[in-house]
Design a protein around this ligand. Structure first.
Ligand SMILES: *[C@@H]1O[C@H](CO)[C@@H](O)[C@H](O)[C@H]1NC(C)=O
Ligand SMILES: *[C@@H]1O[C@H](CO)[C@@H](O)[C@H](O)[C@H]1NC(C)=O
Ligand SMILES: *[C@@H]1O[C@H](CO)[C@@H](O)[C@H](O)[C@H]1NC(C)=O
Length: 348
């Protein structure tokens, strides 16, 4: 039947056409069920496996008498892609915002973060834990070594059983005008031996201090994109790269710069491109301090391209890639604390 085969041909040639079929046929933004319980910001989003993502830690809206405030939380929640349901798991042993989270072999590693010392300053803990889904329980791990600066908001890379933490923020005062302390330390934790490992000299420090950066490992290379240095407005657009198969070579600064330098971004990777979403510190009037840009870095070509903007611009969130989609739950919709429960996915 001629007309039928023509229709089939047209469908197979239209990559944007959504027929509820394979994820690869989708393109653009889609809204997903909101985070249950609380709006969330400054959490980490992780792909637990091929069907489930996790959000861990962050800040939630709360009241202090009659005054709205934020509580730092250790809440761990899962979202199932097939059932579109959120569920609750055992919270982290300590409430942390800007947690350094990673998944290796189905387990969640929480390697420090920032805690609320209830004096207007968020400080870093070196303490670390691992979560085992089959037991729904947390176990202590060795703390970050004293050589390395304790911090939250590190750029995270996972490769061959090792979790890499690049940069981060050691002190985050909530009082305007006080300096947010960015670091250039790079640390590594071996999940197999459960030991922190010593990196070669040239791999141990980033080419510059960074926190709130984007990160991804593509073909064994750890990329740290954008971020900021000592404060929300001090945005940066560099791409730093470390070959994890040749650590002695150390960090290099790539030629490709982000079209819109920014920190507080969420990043995810699909097919050799790293996508950077939103961010904070936008000086443009009417932006509420939030960036709406979506820009993609092609690791092979060392070039950036600008894409369709975020439907709901946010910062202070974190993204994870599963099956061709980049999932972005929560985040803040104005500069500083303004958590939302919105959840969307971007298909490049
Ligand atoms: C926030 O923390 C305070 C003090 O620990 C507690 O009383 C309150 O219930 C918390 N609010 C939420 C929403 O978790
Ligand atoms: C993914 O993890 C969730 C939570 O532990 C579990 O219920 C689910 O069966 C896992 N799915 C796969 C495909 O491993
Ligand atoms: C910490 O520093 C000591 C002394 O310089 C060194 O022997 C050790 O390997 C370092 N540890 C790590 C994990 O870098």
């Amino acid at each position: 039947m001629k007309s039928f085969s023509l229709l089939t041909l047209l469908i197979s040639l239209s990559p944007g056409l959504s027929l509820g079929s394979a994820a690869s046929s989708k393109s653009g933004w889609a809204t997903l069920p909101s985070i249950t319980l609380y709006p969330r910001q400054e959490h980490v989003t992780l792909a637990l496996n091929s069907t489930t993502l996790a959000i861990l830690g962050g800040i939630i809206p709360a009241m202090n008498g009659d005054t709205p405030t934020f509580n730092t939380t250790g809440i761990l929640q899962f979202y199932s892609l097939p059932t579109r349901q959120w569920s609750l798991a055992s919270p982290a042993p300590v409430p942390l915002n800007h947690p350094n989270g990673a998944v290796v072999d189905g387990k969640i590693y929480l390697l420090g973060g920032l805690y609320d010392s209830h004096d207007g300053i968020w400080r870093a803990t070196p303490d670390s834990w691992v979560y085992t889904p089959s037991k729904d329980s947390w176990t202590s791990l060795p703390s970050l070594p004293a050589n390395d600066t304790a911090r939250g908001s590190a750029a995270m890379g996972m490769y061959k059983d090792v979790v890499y933490l690049a940069g981060g923020e050691s002190v985050l005062p909530l009082i305007p005008g006080q300096v947010q302390q960015s670091v250039d330390d790079v640390s590594a934790f071996d999940t197999r031996t459960r030991k922190w490992i010593s990196l070669p000299e040239k791999a141990k420090k980033l080419p510059g201090r960074r926190d709130h950066a984007g990160a991804a490992v593509v073909d064994g290379v750890f990329y740290v994109l954008g971020g900021r240095d000592m404060g929300q407005e001090n945005v940066r657009g560099d791409v730093f790269a470390l070959d994890l198969n040749n650590l002695k070579k150390g960090w290099v600064v790539k030629n490709g710069k982000m079209p819109t330098p920014r920190g507080g971004i969420a990043a995810g990777q699909v097919k050799g491109k790293i996508y950077a979403f939103g961010g904070e510190g936008n000086p443009v009037e009417g932006s509420n301090g939030v960036y709406d840009q979506v820009e993609a870095y092609d690791v092979k070509r060392d070039t950036w391209e600008k894409l369709e903007k975020m439907k709901l611009p946010r910062h202070g969130t974190s993204a994870t890639s599963i099956g061709g989609g980049i999932y972005i739950p929560g985040g803040g919709i104005t500069q500083s604390g303004s958590p939302v429960d919105a959840f969307d996915v971007f298909y490049p």
